[in-house]
Design a protein around this ligand. Structure first.
Ligand SMILES: NC(=O)c1ccc[n+]([C@@H]2O[C@H](COP(=O)([O-])OP(=O)(O)OC[C@H]3O[C@@H](n4cnc5c(N)ncnc54)[C@H](O)[C@@H]3O)[C@@H](O)[C@H]2O)c1
Ligand SMILES: CC(C)=CCC/C(C)=C/C=C/C(C)=C/C=C/C(C)=C/C=C/C=C(C)/C=C/C=C(C)/C=C/C=C(\C)CCC=C(C)C
Length: 590
């Protein structure tokens, strides 16, 4: 879900930096100009890091164009969400010179943080997949390693504790066998079906895990993988157009168990299993047991900070408070960007980490919407945003052995996908007590909510409504799990979809794309290239969709495709054209 910090900006007249605590202000960020060209600290480890050049220096600089503003960028990245940062750092590690422009004052977007009264809150992301030290799918660990960084993490013994209708309670243990035994104990008559469904997930996960992950839009790599790992590639190709709900129905009949699978999918995709691509479902349903969920010591915001620091240490640049208002086109080719202060910056390639709706609807609003984007908008709508409540509470309110993450749906399965129907709760201080003052915990509560509920209200009504809706959610948690919750609150901040729209620059504050109907798995999801020459997209409105690890993969893919296009990786223009046409055709079949 997207950020919340943020709503303080709505409540107060303070300038954006006052959103950060003193603790943060004295952090290694040193502002050097009003547009906040930021010089970040140099860790010894990063100092020694040598970018891994793929081709020789001569080859790398050959054909490099100079920006017209005296700058020499291979790529400009709009936005420093994890998608944008991974694209930028991967490109820098291949030898490219990159400039990242971020509208806000710190990096991370939905994976940022803020500090208030000694509590350090994750803005959004809090369940970290891809953060282990094994396999090929630990994309967050790998992204950090590419900039010479490794974060200390705390293993979470369970991914989530489900509290569902009819008192169904399921804990997703880190150990796969423990989870499966618990689920079978609740549905003994479906033992076979459970083993078959999750077994199919493992088939897909193991295929993904066997592959080197790069751009599926780059033919030399893609054909190479088919040659090296034919079985795995065919498995993935087979499941690519399928959804988890259809596969589950092949093996499972019990409607309550199918609803449980819906909830498993909903917490990561905000849609039911019938609309969740099987590859994405498998990725999360298995990685949580393979690598496990791991929380970074000091909070999720540390990931983006480390990536941004690493980028600067490799000779590239980050600028904060740099609000891109348009993408500059010349002869239908993206050549640079214009900022809200009128400044223009140029590069060989432009990568947008804004959502596709923002990229094409705002940054390119004067242009006619390309056919491919029309098709994307036909297949996908903006998922609703969130109402989020960040709270500091007295530690005494937590029963012993409380899990870190909870999902609550009280009375009826029918409410699963309704606004405010279900409640997500993370208590990161269960894993890392340093995030809160002694004797306290953090409650990060969120529930789906559409922007239409929050528009057209006067200031007083808006504030009143925030209070009312947040209190109802808190009351529900008090009734279900934490007696005495209300009276234990020492700090409370409520963010709405408007908050997320304002601070994360996401159209309607959306969580990301959501299929309009039943999708053909991942088939219709666009990759990174766009109909505009020189313009690429990265982030959750690109393949494979929402999620920190998903956008990290989109960053890896994007960097590979851009690197091939600027001569930092091998490429073949003839095969490129053929593959891009083939992929376009496949998408049109979805
Ligand atoms: N695991 C979890 O618990 C969890 C929770 C919340 C979010 N998430 C995931 O995080 C993902 C989001 O990652 P992302 O990389 O796609 O994007 P993001 O929304 O996190 O970041 C986009 C960044 O671009 C910046 N930006 C946008 N427009 C700009 C402009 N015109 N000029 C300058 N900067 C601009 C924003 O300020 C923001 O920092 C979501 O998919 C979501 O699923 C996960
Ligand atoms: C190209 C063609 C046509 C074909 C070929 C075939 C092949 C080779 C294929 C391949 C493929 C691939 C490689 C793929 C990949 C994929 C991936 C990597 C994916 C991933 C995904 C991920 C995801 C989706 C994730 C997500 C996550 C999330 C969203 C999370 C969230 C969370 C939350 C919200 C939290 C909750 C909380 C509570 C409960 C409290």
């Amino acid at each position: 879900m997207a950020g919340t910090a943020l709503q303080l900006g709505l409540n107060s007249q303070l300038p954006p930096f006052s959103l950060l605590s003193n603790q943060h202000r004295s952090s290694p960020l040193t502002t050097t100009s009003s547009s906040l060209s930021v010089k970040l600290f140099t860790s010894k480890r990063l100092h020694n890091h040598k970018p891994k050049a793929v081709l020789s220096t001569e080859k790398r600089t050959e054909g490099r164009e100079e920006g017209r503003d005296g700058e020499k960028y291979d790529a400009i990245v709009i936005g420093s969400g994890i998608g944008g940062l991974v694209a930028a750092t991967q490109l820098a590690a291949k030898g490219a010179r990159v400039l990242v422009l971020e509208k806000y004052v710190i990096p991370g977007g939905s994976s940022g943080y803020y500090v208030r009264d000694g509590f350090k809150f994750d803005v959004g992301s809090s369940v970290m997949f891809g953060f282990s030290d094994k396999g090929n799918l630990n994309l967050i660990t790998q992204a950090l390693a590419a900039v010479g960084h490794k974060m200390e993490v705390i293993p979470d013994p369970s991914t989530v504790h489900f509290h569902l209708p009819k008192q169904l309670s399921v804990r997703v243990h880190r150990e796969y066998d423990d989870f499966i035994s618990e689920l079978i104990s609740k549905f003994p008559h479906e033992k076979q079906g459970i083993l078959q469904f999750y077994g199919d997930c493992w088939k897909i996960f193991n295929s993904l895990n066997a592959m080197e992950l790069k751009s599926l839009e780059e033919p030399l790599y893609l054909f190479g993988q088919f040659f090296k790992k034919p079985l795995e590639c065919l498995t993935l190709a087979y499941y690519l157009p399928q959804n988890a709900g259809t596969i589950a129905r092949k093996y499972i009949k019990d409607p309550e168990l199918l609803s449980f699978i819906d909830a498993e999918c909903f917490i990561v995709s905000t849609v039911n299993a019938l609309q969740t691509p099987m590859i994405n479902a498998s990725m999360v349903l298995c990685d949580r047991h393979f690598g496990g969920i791991n929380y970074p010591v000091g909070g999720v915001g540390g990931i983006a900070e480390a990536l941004a620091n690493g980028l600067v240490n490799m000779g590239s640049e980050m600028q904060y408070k740099a609000n891109v208002t348009s993408i500059i086109l010349e002869n239908r080719k993206a050549v640079g960007v214009r900022l809200s202060n009128g400044k223009e910056l140029f590069a060989r390639k432009v990568i947008s980490n804004a959502t596709r709706w923002d990229t094409f609807g705002k940054l390119l609003k004067a242009e006619e919407l390309p056919e491919e984007e029309k098709n994307f908008q036909k297949s996908y709508v903006k998922a609703p945003s969130f109402l989020s409540v960040h709270m500091g509470v007295k530690a005494s309110v937590l029963p012993p052995d409380t899990d870190c993450h909870h999902f609550v749906l009280e009375d009826s399965w029918d409410n699963l996908e309704k606004s405010y129907g279900s409640i997500f709760l993370s208590i990161p201080t269960v894993l890392d007590p340093s995030l809160a003052p002694e004797g306290h915990h953090i409650f990060h509560i969120f529930t789906t909510s559409g922007i239409e509920d929050w528009e057209g209200l006067g200031r007083k009504d808006y504030e009143q409504k925030k209070e009312t809706v947040a209190n109802e959610i808190i009351q529900r948690l008090e009734n279900k799990l934490f007696p005495g919750l209300k009276s234990s609150i020492v700090l409370k901040e409520v963010g709405t979809p408007k908050t997320h729209r304002r601070f994360l620059a996401r159209d309607n504050g959306t969580y990301g794309p959501m299929p309009r109907g039943t999708p053909k798995g991942l088939l219709a999801m666009p990759f990174n290239t766009t109909a505009i020459d020189g313009l690429y997209c990265v982030g959750d409105s690109c393949f494979p969709g929402q999620g920190v690890i998903a956008v990290a993969f989109s960053g890896v893919m994007c960097a590979h495709r851009v690197a091939a296009d600027i001569g930092l990786e091998k490429n073949s223009p003839v095969l490129d054209a053929a593959l891009l046409r083939l992929l376009g055709w496949l998408r049109s079949m979805a």
